[in-house]
Design a protein around this ligand. Structure first.
Ligand code: RUB
Length: 307
């Protein structure tokens, strides 16, 4: 289990982060682990997948990745191993091709001369922005800092290195700058069955400011970010991280001070104009169809069935 413990540690410490990267990494890790398992294949793989599943609770991409890879079949351990490896590779291919398709589709919604606001560091959202730039559109990006982990610095560097003009702002300056923005593009950790978006903390405030200013709010999300668990009535768990990510020193020790650090928030579907997926640009109301037809889940007499 060393390989699995090491991978779990990388996800927990956010060395590997972002919903798509976490999912891809989990599929790769299970594939590599499967190659090394000598006996009790089912039991070993079950323990490994449970360990990975318990690393970060919010992004459903991790659940969908593990579920996809672990739906292997076979008569004996060798057949099961081959099946699992094949499924892991299919999932990795899904991640890579979906990001590309989302980029192409989403770029059509960004017109020449636009200012685009983005939050955190989403590979899917950045794919949209980069595609628009590659098409020769003159665009400028406003990137939020995304406290406390500052993923906005990653976004700023990635886009600036790509040749795009980026303005970095603190999270609390979102409403101040909204009047300059033509479109907001963010990523997703989870899309629920009722079309709500769970993404980096602060996303819902941006959506609120965008709605007030009548600025379109787009989400770039692969279909594996849609949550079958919410179809079965489960609520999305919002990860709350260590207070020391927010502040250090005396305040943290003060008996009358509590520091809260939720990593994600919920944006209701009414604030979302469009979700750009690899199967097209869809309204949030279509989330159920995606879960049913593309993730193969349906509720049947209160029982979960995988199609
Ligand atoms: C990352 C985050 C990203 C989504 C989408 O949070 O909220 O917006 O995961 O990213 P964290 P992607 O840094 O806490 O993991 O489009 O790359 O999947």
């Amino acid at each position: 289990m060393d390989l699995i413990d090491e991978a779990a540690r990388k996800i927990e410490s956010m060395e590997v982060r972002g919903a798509a990267r976490i999912a891809r990494f989990a599929a790769e890790t299970l594939r590599e682990y499967a190659k090394s398992v000598k006996t009790n294949f089912d039991e070993e793989m079950r323990r490994a997948s449970e360990r990975l599943m318990n690393t970060r609770p919010t992004a459903v991409s991790l659940f969908n990745a593990i579920n996809y890879v672990m739906s292997y079949s076979g008569e004996n351990d060798e057949e099961k191993r081959e099946s699992l490896i094949r499924r892991a590779e299919e999932f990795i291919e899904w991640v890579d091709t979906a990001r590309e398709k989302i980029g192409r589709t989403g770029a059509k919604r960004i017109v020449d001369g636009s200012t685009v606001m983005t939050h955190c560091n989403s590979s899917a959202a950045l794919s949209v922005i980069k595609h628009a730039f590659d098409e020769g559109k003159d665009i400028r990006v406003i990137a939020t800092e995304s406290r406390p982990r500052h993923q906005g610095y990653l976004t700023t560097k990635e886009l600036a290195d790509y040749g795009i003009d980026v303005t970095l702002i603190v999270d609390s300056a979102v409403r101040y700058f909204m009047k300059e923005v033509d479109v907001v593009v963010v990523g997703a950790d989870t899309i629920t069955v009722n079309g709500a978006l769970i993404n980096k903390i602060g996303t819902s405030q941006i959506a609120l400011a965008a709605k007030e200013a009548r600025v379109p709010f787009m989400v770039a999300a692969e279909t594996y970010k849609f949550s079958p668990k919410t179809l079965l009535g489960e609520l999305v768990v919002i990860e709350e991280r260590d207070a020391r990510e927010v502040i250090g020193g005396d305040l943290l020790e003060h008996p009358n001070v509590t520091v809260r650090n939720p990593a994600f928030d919920v944006t209701p579907r009414d604030y979302i104009d469009l979700i750009i997926t690899e199967i097209g640009a869809i309204p949030p109301e279509m989330a159920y169809i995606v879960i049913r037809d593309h993730l193969g889940y349906r509720e049947f007499g209160g029982e979960e069935i995988t199609l």
